[in-house]
Design a protein around this ligand. Sequence first.
Ligand SMILES: Cc1ncc(COP(=O)(O)O)c(C=O)c1O
Length: 390
Amino acid sequence: MKKDTNIISAGRKTEFTHGVVNPSVTRASTVVFNTVAEMNHALKNRYNNTMLYGRRGTTTAFAFQEAMTELEGSAGCALYPSGTAAITSAILSFVEAGDHILVVDSVYEPTRDFCDKILAKMGVETTYYDPMIGADIGKLIKANTQLIFLESPGSITMEVQDVPAIAKVAHQHNCLVMLDNTWSAGLHFQPFEHGVDVSVQAATKYIVGHSDVMLGTATATEKYWPQLRDNSYLLGQCTSPDDLYLALRGLRTLSVRLRQHQQNALTIAKWLMQRPEVETVLHPALSSCAGHEFFQRDFSGSNGLFSFVLNKGTEKAVTALLDGMQHFKMGYSWGGFESLILANHNVQSLRSVTQWPYQHALIRLHIGLEDVDDLIADLAQGFERLNHYC
Ligand SMILES: Cc1ncc(COP(=O)(O)O)c(C=O)c1O
């Protein structure tokens, strides 16, 4: 089955949908049984789409979990109330005191903070590594290295990692490979075909796609799924059926939305490359982005999220650029239908083992589904305001 067909049909079983197109929103804490036999049956089949207790999920969750499992090609999908909860719970599911983990230097800031502020307290040591390290990751693996965490592309600086090269070395040392796969939304990068063992996503972004739900997912291979599932349950992770309903609804249009995000973003990225105010454009589909060759080899498409670096401008000038935007709003997220803009004046503060080579501000854009001409006009006026101060 082709991906576009799969995304429409995945998880749409009659037992979840009762003969209509979408599953009903089944809210429950208590699931009731009339006989001991019925209750024992539910207990025995609790991992097999049978309701037992609300925290374990209802049919709305089962439909979404099946869809995500199929989309990423995994053995199962655990659900969390945010992408960050997915990352932290998935890591916690596989480490113990005395372990060492390797985390990419371009990682999402809260993932780094979790490692530095919580894992460290528990006796789990973190070493950060260059996103471009590839097979040289082997030089950083120690006897107690349990897990290697990747995020590809990095969500601010956009480096694309050589996932198969890292996974190959990791597996030679019995290390688990965990990937933050949010950027690809599970559609444009197939984690398990590239050696990943556990794939986490902030479904908050493109899966939900409408900027109105917080949600996380973690999928795993056959080998790691039972441990991920059981530990997530022990950590008390559960999600609202209303949110899952919206996520499943968002998922159905993921492919068509991403196509438009991709087309708009590439048009704007190429326009930015011609602008005199721009030092470089960091878009995985362009050769100016670190790891572009891995993007070309491993990904089937891109989306609306990328960054560019200015070649001039004080903080005041950049603020003038941002403040007057008509269509681009400032927001700490991405993946919805709307365009967003953010400036970062100190990328170096987000990393600890690699040197950020640029001097001026980085601007991260999320290109939405608006008409691309309106977005370009908005950015052009922004550059005029920037130039006014330079
Ligand atoms: C790459 C990446 N991973 C994880 C997250 C965390 O997701 P959430 O905000 O749902 O906790 C984000 C959020 O911005 C992100 O960009």
